[in-house]
Write a protein that binds this ligand. Sequence first.
Ligand SMILES: Cc1cc2nc3c(=O)[nH]c(=O)nc-3n(C[C@H](O)[C@H](O)[C@H](O)COP(=O)(O)O)c2cc1C
Length: 382
Amino acid sequence: MDIKIDTRYPSIDDLRAKARKKIPKFAFEYLDGGCNEDVNLHRNTSELREVQLKPNYLRDHHGSSLKTKLFGIEYDAPFGIAPVGLQGLMWPNSPEILAKAAFDHNIPFILSTVTTTSIERASELTEGRAWFQLYHPTENRLRDDIIKRAAAAECPVLVILCDVPTFGFRPRDIRNGLAMPPKMNLSNILQVFARPHWGLQTLKHGIPTFEVLKPYMPKGLDLKQLGKFMDETFSGRLNEEKIRPIRDMWKGKLVLKGVASEYDAEEAIRLGIDGIIVSNHGGRQLDAGQSTIKPLSTIAEKYGDQIEVMMDSGIRSGPDVARAMASGAKFTFMGRSFMYGVSALGKKGGNHTISLLKTELQQVMEQLCCEKTTDFPDHLIK
Ligand SMILES: Cc1cc2nc3c(=O)[nH]c(=O)nc-3n(C[C@H](O)[C@H](O)[C@H](O)COP(=O)(O)O)c2cc1C
């Protein structure tokens, strides 16, 4: 795969700035915001960046490779695209753009239950390589049906979430009417007029809908009824009783996302889960919690030989991926970075963002004299 970068946007910050200008304010704030006072949102990146790495310039070096094995699959880089809901709101067809770019670059793409393309379409675009993230349905019948669809679509990995027992409290979304139930107010309509390219693209592709859930939704729901449907359909809090039947039913790899404590990591191991993503949902759920880099090292050190330990939240660059890997993550994910890319650059955004991150990470590895991604911990300054 050719590494091609649009030289006007050589950082995720550049993409974020462009995205802010390109999409309506309510969509940008939905993507960009954390929760409550956004404390953990900022801490995720700032505390991650306190991690420092040491180079060994005079060591023999035979080249650096980003290739990383996870669950028996060799990926071309140690990072993937985290599940993001409502992606079509930020840019039309963005889940399809990202799924295809992930496939072309051989990195994992995780499809959210509440995004705007279906399991089947994501699977088609990635030749069965897309992972699927399940929000826990209240009804067993619905849960079983969605899991069967993910299996039929050959998803190799099912991701379940433990960090959404309740919806995050997000003042900007509440102000913008993006809470449940959502509403289109005058201010939002004016924001659309201020971003005509977004408006035209959205008109061209149609209003985004929840494609995974479409078969189960009564037809013609208005926005208020949609909020009620979502509330009734999902019960966020996970526990052993809910995880056991999923583990029994799902023959592929099962990942628990949202782990931020040793307790949850131990529970995951006890319940036969294959991997955990140490994550605080990008600071969108518990503003008073820790940044993810804080629990990562302990969890990786204590449980890394019993379960695959991955991490997301706050990663915005190749050096950030290196910092997370050096601190014990076997693999990393990003949500906003990719969505900034696709919101800024549309169809080209997926390829650009992946290429940028690969280029940055390759540079860090060569600088450190780190040949394999499993060697990052040797460079950690403790
Ligand atoms: C706009 C937005 C929507 C999200 N929706 C979901 C979702 O539907 N399911 C999920 O598991 N995580 C969701 N997340 C969390 C991401 O999967 C991921 O944990 C987070 O974005 C990582 O932090 P980062 O954005 O700093 O990389 C969402 C995150 C954002 C920013």
